[in-house]
Write a protein that binds this ligand. Structure first.
Ligand SMILES: *Cc1c(COP(=O)(O)O)cnc(C)c1O
Length: 399
């Protein structure tokens, strides 16, 4: 690879829109601009399109169109699921919620808000492998538990939770169950029936659809609480004129992703395993999260003695767009809450690298990454005082 090309391996952050999704959106940006609430033909044309998209998405999730609510994305869907469940629980005097320490901030921050409103929250340990133990979940459920919220697959370390078992436990105990399936939908099989979920969140931009659109699935008969008041859109549960181009793009992208699920997963798995094999030869490195129960496109590793942020900047110079998976969103360079939750010490969690693949990546790109990352890690270690302390035995290696 002489001429530098950009290698995008940050697909857990967002994906490139597929041509299918773009093509599905264009007519609704240019020609079919009606408001679906309008009674005239221009409006009704838009309303018919939404009806079809809703039915298509419902079929892919294994539910009815009446159970699909369009939202502005995964964050909104998570917020609405949790707040709705909390209000249902509160009416019954049940103010305890069980979740995990590795949820997305859309869930964790909403739980914080609920704690301020008097809810008690138990966050389950996910152990070194990043997996919830169903027996521990069952033991955490109390008579006053109203909701269990466990993500389908993790956005940083890619671990896939035993969702069907968790759903069954919740059903047996009569507790509502929400799953943030944003990283799962379009990548691994997801069925709300098999999961026995009462709520599920998904987001289009994680499977080659547009940004700013997602779905909240809410089981029939569950009363939702509005986050946005106004018109009667989405059965009165989410006001605002529908984002029709985005809805059409989402439905097309989801259909395409689900149609090619197996072949895309096989392709990504092969690339992922090659990366894991090639990068594991770096001394004092560790792979984060279970290697079997893992998203096909996720690699997450830590390298002792370096800063993830420096690694990312140098990799970017070499044309590799990756992520550290650490939450630098707050401005503070705190290590990732997920890596801390699986028991990594702070100093190790700081040296993390997440490579999240799409089916559009190639094996040649993987070979370039396998050649480049060890060079950059070695360079950073040479200039790292911490690494010198480790090498001189002033500090002990942790990994
Ligand atoms: C991206 C992501 C979200 C947020 O979705 P948006 O559509 O960006 O709001 C929520 N949960 C998980 C697991 C995610 O990866």
């Amino acid at each position: 690879m002489t001429e530098q090309k950009t290698i995008y391996v940050d697909n857990s952050a967002t994906t490139k829109m597929s041509q299918t999704a773009v093509d599905a959106m264009l007519p609704y940006l240019a020609d079919f601009y009606g408001n679906p609430s309008s009674l005239h033909s221009v409006g009704q044309k838009a309303a018919e399109a939404i009806t079809l998209a809703r039915a298509q998405i419902a079929a892919l999730l294994d539910c009815t169109p009446q159970e699909i609510y369009f939202t502005s994305g995964g964050s909104e869907a998570d917020n609405q699921a949790l707040l709705s469940a909390a209000i249902i629980g509160e009416r019954k005097g049940k103010k305890h919620i069980v979740s995990t320490a590795i949820e997305h901030h859309a869930v964790l921050h909403t739980l914080k808000r609920l704690q301020k409103q008097g809810f008690e929250v138990t966050l389950l340990d996910v152990h070194r492998d990043g997996l919830v133990r169903p027996q521990e979940l069952a033991a955490a459920i109390r008579p006053d538990t109203c909701l269990v919220s466990v993500m389908f697959a993790n956005n940083e370390i890619g671990t896939i939770q035993p969702i069907e078992e968790i759903g069954r436990i919740c059903k047996e105990k009569g507790v509502m169950f929400h799953t943030d399936a944003v990283q799962a939908v379009g990548h691994i099989p997801v069925s709300v029936q098999k999961a026995q979920a009462d709520f599920l969140a998904l987001s289009a931009h994680k499977f080659h659809g547009p940004k700013g659109i997602g779905v909240l699935y809410a089981r029939k008969g569950i009363p939702l609480t509005n986050l946005i008041e106004g018109g009667a859109q989405e059965k009165g549960k989410r006001a605002g004129t529908e984002n029709i181009p985005a809805i059409m793009g989402m439905a097309a992208a989801m259909q395409e992703a689900c149609n090619h699920l197996e072949e895309n997963a096989a392709k990504m798995r092969a690339m992922r395993d090659r990366l894991l094999e090639g990068l594991s030869t770096i001394p004092h490195s560790t792979v984060n999260g279970d290697c079997e129960k893992r998203l096909p496109g996720n690699v997450n590793m830590c390298f002792e003695g370096i800063e993830g942020e420096s690694l990312l900047l140098l990799l970017d110079d070499k044309g590799i767009c990756a992520s550290s998976g650490s939450a630098c969103t707050s401005g503070a360079l705190d290590p990732s809450h997920v890596l801390l939750a699986i028991g990594l010490p702070h100093e190790v969690a700081h040296g993390s690298l997440r490579l999240s693949l799409s089916e559009e990546n190639t094996m040649a790109e993987m070979e370039y990454i396998i050649k480049t990352v060890p060079e950059v890690v070695s360079y950073l270690r040479e200039i790292s005082p911490i690494w010198h302390d480790l090498e001189e035995g002033k500090k002990n290696h942790v990994i």
